[in-house]
Design a protein around this ligand. Structure first.
Ligand code: ACO
Length: 342
């Protein structure tokens, strides 16, 4: 039997005859949301908005907000511990730790290094990936390559954010959208089908649609309109997101020669219920087969896909062997997908 390192799945994701394919497979999931809940009614008291507008335009009813002093690494650590417990692994097993985040605790060390030290997984590779809301899909794709090539036997992949820390709470166009949270998965090598493909994309030409104008090199200008605050042209971004997500879903299915009907679940980035609905409609998937958390979590950026995954795994909707399409879209702009058998 030949162990194939660079490989391509046969239709339905089964190994081609005569080959033992090494996949990376999700061994366990975990997630964490901070205790504090901010409802739309709470926001009505802060900016000129209404619960009805927010629900109608975004599908969001509430979001979780990190407590004062609670950081991205705090949320990431909790999600990681839950994923490790579900996977039945200890810190000593982890040989790679990747965190998708755009809200790191510090400029450096990376949030991955901070989490590594807390878990006691010292010594393994640890780094952050900044791809805005696509951070988890990018991080998963990195780890998948290492596991499939045999370089990692147990990778911890986290998406964690405290995006509310860089929100302009006087801007009703953005402050109603975001929340804090983290999700994690443990990836292990397996001869059973796991991650079939990941596809990553970016188009820096769309920078102006969603960005944060400050940074180490550009400078932290402390003037009105120049703080550490998200800037967004929401309605333009909406159209670009819907197009990109439809394309990336088609791309993932075509690369694996799988029809849309083969999908059991869509686990989408949770930015806006209307974007999720448009993607599901494009795939011909009824909403009963789409994992939706945006109503309760808001947009947790890199945290959103692994949070949604963990919720549906733990409540029993997602079962072993089912085909999942995860996809995300974020500032950059970045977008991408992961198609996998859970
Ligand atoms: N409450 C009440 N009215 C509002 C609010 C609010 N919170 N926000 C905007 N409005 C008003 C606007 O001022 C505008 O008023 P006007 O017509 O008098 O000028 C009107 O509502 C319509 O504004 P639009 O921006 O055109 O509204 P739209 O239907 O596009 O919804 C939204 C806005 C929800 C932001 C939507 O465009 C969207 O979800 N876009 C995608 C955003 C996204 O996904 N961002 C995250 C990407 S992931 C990442 O990397 C972080």
């Amino acid at each position: 039997r030949v162990r194939c390192r660079a490989w391509r799945a046969a239709p339905s994701g089964l190994p081609r005859e005569g080959l033992t394919v090494l996949y990376s497979r999700i061994a366990g999931t975990g997630s964490y949301l901070p205790d504090r809940v901010l409802s739309n009614a709470d926001l009505e008291r802060i900016v000129d908005t209404t619960d009805a507008w927010i629900q109608e335009r975004t599908g969001i009813r509430q979001r979780h907000v990190a407590a004062d002093g609670q950081t991205t690494a705090d949320l990431a650590e909790m999600a990681a511990l839950r994923a490790m417990e579900a996977a039945g692994v200890t810190a000593a097993d982890i040989d790679m730790l990747v965190v998708g985040t755009t809200t790191p605790d510090l400029i450096f060390p990376s949030t991955a290094c901070l989490v590594q030290a807390r878990l006691g997984a010292n010594g393994c590779a640890a780094f952050d990936v900044n791809a805005a809301c696509s951070g988890f899909i990018y991080a998963l794709s990195m780890a998948d390559k290492f596991v499939r090539s045999g370089q990692s036997k147990c990778a911890l992949v986290i998406g964690a954010e405290t995006l509310t820390r860089m929100i302009d709470w006087t801007d009703r166009g953005t402050c109603v959208l975001f929340g804090d949270g983290a999700g994690a998965v443990v990836l292990k090598p397996s001869e059973e089908t796991g991650i079939l493909s990941t596809h990553l994309h970016a188009d820096g030409g769309y920078k102006e649609l969603l960005f944060n104008p400050v940074g180490v090199s550009a400078g932290f200008i402390d003037e009105p309109g120049h703080g550490v605050k998200v800037k967004m042209i929401g309605n333009e971004l909406f159209k670009v997101a819907v197009r990109a997500l439809a394309r990336t879903a088609e791309e993932a299915l075509a690369a694996n020669e799988l029809p849309q009907e083969a999908l059991d679940w869509l686990v989408p980035h949770q930015a806006n219920l209307r974007i999720i609905t448009a993607t599901a409609r494009h795939l011909g998937l009824p909403m009963e087969r789409v994992i939706v958390t945006v109503d309760r979590h808001g947009n947790t950026s890199s945290g959103s896909v692994p949070l949604a995954l963990d919720e549906a795994v733990r409540d029993g909707r997602i079962q072993r062997g089912q085909l999942l399409l995860m996809e995300a879209f974020g500032g950059g702009i970045t977008w991408g997908s992961a198609l996998l058998r859970y």
